[in-house]
Ligand binder design. Structure first.
Ligand SMILES: *[C@@H]1O[C@H](CO)[C@@H](O)[C@H](O)[C@H]1NC(C)=O
Length: 420
């Protein structure tokens, strides 16, 4: 199965809007704004076949946040969407950290202030709750009746920055947003949780790794606490021109937003801060049980880390990165090597029985929030098991889950992203 994606990828994972516009030459601002809807378009489209009317949940701004210095890039209040749990899920809490790239320069952080990723002024007032956020047992068998929260992402540094830039009126307060949100949710009843799961996709999947142990420590030891990172396994890989495109971006995020102070001491003690923003240098030291869900040929990493236009000025990868069927044999070989690096990077992590894995050989990105990939008739499988069941089996200790797919093109169950 393939999903046709209109135009811009920047959108879905939206690394940096200005980058998409100028450096990548991807369309206009209007395109981008339309593109901003692509993710939800896809969600709604994918959902409509089985769930014509997804649950829509309202945005709540965190009133007390400003007094704590916890503000979006432009100084507006951060926010979240909460749908209350019921019955046996009344004291269970799922926190989903929103993703959406990063900003790594003054220029693209200033641009970001004019989007929902940097300002409450532009956030949707209602968001569809699908996939792992759905309230219907037939769409989300294990978490449907939990308290489910989507925490909005408006800091541009995976909820981990701590600083500001006076001249450009930029606030880098990701860490404070994280703390203010946790405080608010605890007061709303999360303090009584007997079960909790911190999850997130893309930049939010990285944030779920970065905050996993801190999340765990909010609760007494009798509370069952685990973390799920979806499409958060960003590799410090060599790009198609021999450079380190993503490392360069992360270096900018980490230094501009003063992320260093919030990175785990176990990494910072022996590596530079930029390296400590890469999950491969963190996951083995996360003490809390963690599940890594990732496509082996992560569509975002292919486009923005391995073969961004800056690393491919002649456009040799242009059609391959829009549609995997257009990759030639040497490009596929490069991607197989990327998969091997990904598997290599999680060897130690994977040897711990508490952890879970689902690495499918697909060209996808973010598979837990979308209904079609999370839990539907034809969802992606490894062996006979889909993603929702795998995450549920691991969370509830029903069975160990260390699912690694055979290499491309063996998997016929993928929902590959194809771009026009
Ligand atoms: C694949 O495409 C690239 C870029 O166009 C080219 O350099 C390479 O030689 C091709 N490889 C094969 C095996 O055709």
């Amino acid at each position: 199965m393939e999903l046709r994606v209109p135009v811009l990828w920047c959108v879905l994972a939206s690394l940096l809007a200005p980058l998409c516009r100028s450096d990548d030459g991807f369309g206009s601002l209007e395109d981008l704004n339309q593109g901003e809807g692509v993710l939800s378009f896809l969600d709604i489209d994918a959902v409509s076949a089985i769930a014509p009317k997804p649950l829509m949940v309202g945005l709540t701004l965190i009133d007390g946040a400003a007094a704590k210095g916890a503000v979006c890039l432009d100084g507006t209040l951060p926010g979240y969407h909460l749908h209350r749990g019921q019955g046996s899920g009344e004291n269970s809490w799922l926190i989903q950290l929103e993703g959406g790239g990063w900003c790594n320069t003054i220029r693209n952080c200033v641009y970001r202030k004019t989007t929902r990723r940097g300002s409450a002024k532009f956030m949707e007032k209602l968001l569809p709750f699908t996939g792992i956020l759905s309230n219907k047992p037939e769409e989300n068998p294990d978490f449907f009746n939990w308290n489910r929260v989507k925490l909005r992402y408006c800091d541009g540094a995976s909820f981990s920055g701590d600083g500001q830039n006076e001249a450009s009126q930029l606030y880098f307060r990701g860490q404070k947003i994280w703390l203010a949100a946790m405080e608010e949710l605890m007061a709303l009843g999360m303090k009584n949780a007997n079960q909790a799961l911190l999850s997130g996709c893309s930049a939010g999947g990285l944030a779920a790794i970065l905050h996993c142990d801190k999340f765990r420590n909010l609760f007494p030891s009798r509370t069952k606490v685990k973390c799920l990172s979806d499409a958060g396994l960003f590799l410090d890989a060599v790009d198609v021109s021999g450079g380190h495109a993503l490392r360069d971006i992360f270096a900018g995020v980490v230094s501009l937003q003063n992320v260093k102070v919030n990175l785990p001491g176990s990494c910072i003690s022996h590596m530079n801060p930029t390296s400590c923003f890469f999950p491969q240098n963190l996951v083995a030291n996360v003490k809390t049980p963690l599940f890594l869900l990732n496509a082996a040929y992560d569509a975002w990493q292919l486009q923005s880390s391995l073969a961004p236009s800056s690393a491919d000025p002649r456009g040799s990868w242009a059609s391959c990165k829009l549609n995997h069927q257009h990759c030639n044999s040497s490009q596929i070989e490069f991607l197989q090597d990327f998969r091997k690096q990904m598997l290599g990077s999680i060897k130690i992590f994977s040897s711990s029985p508490k952890n879970g894995l689902f690495i499918n050989s697909c060209f996808a990105h973010c598979q837990s929030e979308r209904q079609d990939t999370w839990f539907a008739e034809d969802s992606p499988l490894i062996g006979n098991k889909g993603i929702a069941e795998s995450v549920g089996d691991w969370y509830f200790d029903r069975v160990n889950v260390k699912a690694i797919d055979c290499p491309y093109p063996c998997d016929k169950t993928c929902h590959n992203l194809v771009f026009k």
